[in-house]
Design a protein around this ligand. Structure first.
Ligand code: ADP
Ligand code: MG
Length: 481
């Protein structure tokens, strides 16, 4: 980022709500079916059909609103957003415009320097998704798949409060985990259930007025969002420095070339002629119902993080990682409850070895090959000093490979730690006798050689000797001239 410039970003997140049927029809929302088998007459926009609002989407939108401290509108209205495109048979998308169901929310994010920042959520409104154009395998033709038409979306619009690509990603990740905690979306980015458009502008540091923005589309992973914003910021700054002007337009991110390119200019696409949809009644929400819904909310990431720190004395950074997904936090809590080892040790193993193994195989925590109860068995053996932390990693890999529980693996491989003092004494004596030169150097003040001696003892025992005991015995024997 060039010095003297400030980046301004606002995100529009499209989050697919996890209902079984569509927002205005009874057709299924299941992903991956044959084209056009899940589009009923309402989704196809046949004349004379009438949409009926799926009550579940209202509940889900309100849950989100409550989770971000927003106002739930007592009365919100569906509007028609008119435009022509082949994947929109009705010629309009049903959305909310002037009166969205959720407004004036906020989210606090933690910045890299540890400080907290409030990001405004201007609104979150309900709308239906459009269909999809299909190009593959159709030669000169374009196919239309309307399975997605009418799928419920919640569009979450942030204020232009984000000041870097890193802040944008932190905010997006938090929203992503909140919708999953609430169970209102599966958040699957590959399947398009969680998509984001980034509005990006730059301005000279100190300038009050916002610069002209470009809207970046086609951002389907956290990494691409970061890269696309970085590219766009540099493009805009260079353009302005060279005497040019940023034009307000929609740009597509091309991941293969790591660049953004213009898609269409906003002016020509902007006349949506919104008006209230006469086929749908306004949504009226009873405040008592909202109160009851508030009571039913699950513990959310921020609250869970505070509790993990309080209850288990975890480091803040570790708690932050664990609450990134509800399932990961649940796994940790099950582990901490089942093992005699300290909770911080449990956290270290979940964040370290376990997460590494899951990443390596592209697995979610739900599909871990080692359950919390099984991992507790391993941590107990470290805790009672049957094995060292180093040997434990070897046992972990064997458990992961399906060779059995911790005790079974330790027994089968003969990995039990040597804690018998006389056995350690004997090996220490042998090592000392075998290395007279190093012993002399050590006694002449080369303290660092202690590491060499520990290494020799560990080698003799296949890493099984208790390291603290080895250190202690070595120091005692080496000190005796
Ligand atoms: P539109 O109606 O054209 O979609 P909105 O005013 O609803 O425009 O804003 C859409 C998104 O763009 C919001 O997330 C908002 O924060 C963001 N935004 C608006 N102006 C700017 C700007 N100058 N720079 C960066 N983001 C902006
Ligand atoms: Mg918008």
């Amino acid at each position: 980022m060039k010095a003297g410039w400030e980046v301004v970003i606002g995100l529009e997140i499209h989050c697919q709500l996890a209902t079984r049927s569509k927002i205005f029809s009874g057709a299924s929302t299941a992903y991956g079916a044959e084209p056009n088998v899940q589009a009923c007459l309402i989704d196809l926009g046949y004349p004379g059909v009438l949409p009926v609002l799926n009550e579940e989407v209202v509940r889900m939108a309100c849950m989100f609103g409550l989770a971000v401290n927003a106002t739930i509108a007592p009365r919100s209205v569906f509007a028609r957003k008119n435009y022509f495109y082949p994947d929109l048979p009705k010629g309009y998308q049903i959305s909310q415009y002037e009166l969205p169901i959720v407004a004036n929310g906020e989210l606090k994010i933690r910045l890299e320097d540890g400080s907290e920042k409030r990001i405004g959520i201007v609104r979150a409104h309900l709308e239906e998704d459009a269909g999809k154009s299909v190009h593959e395998g159709l030669g000169q033709y374009t196919g239309i798949d309307l399975n997605r038409a009418g799928t419920p979306l919640l569009e979450i619009v942030s204020a232009p409060d984000l000041r870097s690509s890193a802040e944008a990603v932190t905010y997006l990740r938090r929203i992503h985990s909140i919708v999953r905690y609430l169970g209102i979306s599966d958040g699957n980015m590959q399947e398009g259930s969680f998509r984001c458009d980034a509005n990006v502008s730059v301005r000279p540091q100190g300038q009050k007025a916002l610069g002209t923005r470009a809207e970046l589309k086609n951002l389907n992973s956290f990494r691409f969002i970061e890269k696309a914003i970085n590219f766009e910021v540099n493009r805009q700054v260079e353009l302005i420095v060279d005497g040019g002007k940023v034009v307000q337009e929609t740009r597509l991110y091309d991941a293969a070339r790591d660049e953004t390119r213009p898609m269409r200019s906003k002016e020509e696409a902007n006349d949506y002629r919104y008006f209230p949809d006469p086929d749908l009644l306004p949504v009226e929400i009873d405040p008592a119902w909202v109160q009851a819904l508030r009571k039913s909310l699950p513990e959310l990431p921020d609250a869970k993080k505070e509790r993990l720190i309080r209850q288990y004395r975890l480091r803040s950074d570790d708690a932050e990682i664990l609450v990134g997904s509800r399932a990961l936090a649940d796994y940790f809590e099950a582990l901490a409850a089942a093992t005699a080892a300290p909770p911080q040790t449990a956290a270290n193993w979940v964040i370290g070895e376990l997460s590494a193994a899951l990443n390596r195989e592209g697995l979610d925590i739900e599909h871990s090959k080692i359950s919390a109860a099984e991992l507790a068995g391993l941590l107990d053996r470290i805790n009672d000093q049957s094995i060292s932390g180093k040997i434990a990693k070897e046992v972990f890999e064997a458990m992961w490979a399906g060779e059995g529980g911790a005790d079974q693996v330790i027994r089968a491989k003969g990995l039990t730690q040597i804690t018998d003092n006389s056995a350690i004494e004997a090996i220490v004596q042998a090592v000392i006798q075998a290395h007279p030169a190093q012993v002399a150097d050590y006694r002449n003040g080369k303290d660092k050689l202690i590491g060499f001696f520990v290494g020799q003892v560990m080698k003799q025992t296949g890493g099984k000797a208790n390291p603290e005991q080895v250190n202690e015995v070595l120091k005692k024997r080496l000190a005796q001239a």
